[in-house]
Design a protein. Structure first.
Length: 479
């Protein structure tokens, strides 16, 4: 029996065991804080109006001192709540928007909601009492508070708060009726007082009680349906996400199996071309070299598909670290040095910095993106060309430029260059092998870590109409 009661009055019901609920509760808590600032402004305007009427009208009398004090108290505790929310947001990293608080021991967002609702009800009861008690129309604001509370708290908790509110206010009205506590009347508002009419008091509180409980029931029912719907959507999304991961793993497995026999065939072709398995006739060499080029292109396509699949798979798995940008480019430059030398390309790399520049990212993915850009510069720059890479430390961001005086990109195709499988007409015309996935992959990785990438053609290295060049610029926020 006790266990059943505990379930009925629990502050954190079973339906909230999903992270998105806590994200919504935290958002509503902050919304309630901002709403309270507006309520304070309205109270101050109302109290100011009552004060002016008290001074200008002989028939109108109102004691506004308690109302001023209550308004100041609401403003003070709201500032405190705002500080608490901001402190918890920083301490518990609410900006990540994924951390569930269910099962957390100590002060949770639901406790914060309950604390806010209780203090608001207490403040409203005091304001109602000092502004005329049962004679004030401000009692209607209890309905407004009940609706807000029902959007945040379970129905049973709100029912208990409403019951306590009715008991306290009804007891106060009876004490005023019997003369045990003073009645703060706003003279001139009513032709005759109502607080001393017991029939009016009973009818008023009967209607108020029905209105509050009915409002709570309706608002809580709507909120519960929305939370349940959101929970179902959250579960469905996670199932789809898991299915996508399973599909990605399957694709990676199949593609990897395809790569093995192709790589083996490429190895045998190398043995044939090198003469290890016997001397080849001149007319046999060229077809085999084309066959090797096609197999190499197939392996590149498979590698790109594996990289993209890995990127999708790691989106929810990898933990970014501070990646030393200049070191990454130094390693890439060291690897590419021999290739640039083979085409007699004038290659230069500069990293302007006071100290090491760091980007918050996954090392392997960032290196993959940057090496892809450098490889493209090598691939699409002809013999005796120029390739320049620069990393600049700006005030608020890091700028990366990869430029060349290669074949370039037609202006009409600039907007399509980052599309999957898209290859420029010039690269096709010159029969330069490629998959059209490289730049798409680069863009996905750069944007994943908050960066932007733009492309210009011709580049600042343009030497003639045949060597117009391409320039890629990446902007990363500082880590």
């Amino acid at each position: 029996m006790n266990k059943k009661k505990h379930r009925i009055l629990t502050l954190v019901p079973e339906r909230v065991q999903y992270p998105e609920f806590w994200v919504e509760i935290r958002r509503r808590n902050k919304w309630l804080i901002y709403l309270r600032y507006g309520a304070v402004l309205m109270i101050l305007l109302l109290t100011t109006g009552l004060t002016l009427l008290d001074n200008l009208s002989l028939s109108f009398r109102a004691n506004t001192v308690p109302l001023w004090l209550i308004a100041c108290c609401i403003l003070i505790y709201n500032i405190i709540y705002h500080r608490i929310w901001n402190t918890l947001a920083i301490k518990r990293k609410w900006h990540l928007k994924t951390e569930a608080e269910f099962g957390r021991k100590g002060f949770t967002s639901m406790h914060f909601s309950l604390l806010q609702i209780l203090t608001d009800f207490l403040a409203l009861m005091l304001f109602v009492y000092f502004s005329g008690g049962i004679e004030t129309p401000l009692y209607l604001f209890f309905i407004f508070h009940v609706i807000i509370g029902s959007l945040l708290l379970p129905g049973a908790i709100m029912g208990l708060i409403i019951a306590l509110t009715i008991v306290i206010t009804f007891t106060g009205a009876l004490l005023e009726f019997w003369g045990y506590v003073p009645h703060f009347q706003i003279s001139g508002l009513l032709a005759e007082p109502l607080y001393n009419n017991i029939y009016y008091v009973l009818i008023y509180f009967t209607i108020l009680t029905i209105s509050l409980f009915l409002s709570s029931y309706l608002a809580n029912s709507i909120a519960r349906q929305l939370y349940n719907r959101e929970k179902m959507l959250s579960i469905a999304y996670k199932e789809l996400e898991q299915a996508e991961k399973s599909k990605t793993r399957y694709v990676m497995s199949v593609v990897h199996d395809l790569k093995t026999p192709i790589a083996a065939a490429s190895t045998y072709l190398n043995l044939l071309l090198e003469g290890t398995l016997g001397r080849l006739l001149p007319e046999q060499v060229k077809p085999l070299e084309r066959c090797k080029a096609r197999l190499s292109n197939a392996i590149n396509i498979i590698n790109d598909i594996l990289h993209i699949s890995q990127l999708k798979l790691e989106e929810q798995m990898e933990k970014p670290t501070d990646v030393p940008l200049c070191k990454v480019f130094s390693d890439i430059s060291e690897e590419m040095k021999v290739l640039f030398k083979s085409k007699k390309i004038n290659y230069s790399y500069t990293c302007e910095k006071q100290g090491e520049l760091y980007i918050r990212a996954d090392y392997n993915l960032l290196r993959l993106a940057l090496s892809n850009l450098v490889s493209n510069a090598y691939k699409y720059t002809e013999d005796n060309g120029i390739v320049e890479i620069s990393v600049d430390d700006k005030k608020d961001f890091i700028s990366i430029t990869v430029a060349d005086n290669g074949i370039g990109i037609p202006q009409v195709e600039i907007d399509k260059i980052f599309n999957d499988f898209y290859r420029s007409s010039i690269s096709k015309k010159k029969e330069i092998e490629g998959t059209g996935l490289g730049l798409s992959l680069v863009k996905k990785i750069v944007e994943k870590y908050g960066g932007t990438i733009t492309v210009q053609s011709p580049s600042y290295l343009k030497s003639d109409d045949q060597r117009i060049g391409t320039q890629f610029t990446i902007i990363f926020p500082k880590s």
